[in-house]
Design a protein around this ligand. Structure first.
Ligand SMILES: CC(C)(COP(=O)(O)OP(=O)(O)OC[C@H]1O[C@@H](n2cnc3c(N)ncnc32)[C@H](O)[C@@H]1OP(=O)(O)O)[C@@H](O)C(=O)NCCC(=O)NCCS
Length: 168
């Protein structure tokens, strides 16, 4: 059954904070509900250990969104951007994306990359609206699952020197 989001004025605020070690089991469980080829708990632990920027959004003490950003000299890569199903279409994905891009830009990244399934219409719409453009296609990048075949990834890129909110 479709979930109807509460009107914005009735929704408690989301508090953004860094992912912590004590969140790992919960976030990994969410990840398994959200993604066909999910990161494991170990993947999230490795991301923390590597110093990646990992953020969660909490509403009334419950994690409703999370994302991971990897920084490299001059560029950044968004490795994960997830919103729990019953909190979608309320702006959290866009807010989290903006937060990760801000971190990347402040760290000096001039461009930001990410990979997305070719069939992932909601994510593709979000990224296109936020100025990401396809630069490559990786054939059969995502592994098959019990219910889905292998799938191509699109590599998207955004120039951080030309941010949409700065365009006239
Ligand atoms: C992709 C995802 C992060 C979007 O999060 P969200 O909080 O629902 O997105 P928002 O409410 O911020 O929407 C922002 C924009 O994304 C697009 N969008 C989001 N969901 C959409 C949908 N179901 N259909 C079409 N466009 C959609 C729209 O352009 C929307 O802008 P609008 O509301 O002004 O029309 C979320 O659907 C998700 O977690 N999906 C599963 C995990 C995933 O695929 N992550 C991306 C991997 S690369």
């Amino acid at each position: 059954m479709a979930t109807i989001a509460r009107p914005a004025a009735l929704r408690p605020p989301v508090v953004w904070r860094p992912l912590e070690a004590t969140d790992l089991a919960y976030v990994a469980a969410l990840e398994h509900q959200i993604h066909a080829a999910p990161w494991s708990l170990g993947n999230f632990r490795d991301a923390l250990a590597a110093g990646y920027c990992a953020t969660v959004g909490e509403r009334e003490g419950r994690i409703v969104a999370f994302g991971v950003l990897m920084l490299a000299p001059g560029e950044a890569q968004i490795l994960n951007l997830s919103v729990v199903p019953d909190a979608r279409r309320t702006g959290l994905g866009r807010t989290l994306l903006h937060r990760l891009i801000d971190v990347a830009a402040r760290a000096g990244a001039e461009q930001c990359f990410l990979e997305v399934r070719v069939s992932n219409a909601p994510a593709l719409a979000l990224y296109a609206a936020e100025g990401f453009e396809p630069v490559a296609r990786r054939e059969d990048y995502y592994p098959a699952t019990a219910t889905t075949p292998r799938e191509d990834a699109l590599v998207l890129r955004r120039d951080l020197a030309a941010r949409p909110q700065d365009r006239s």
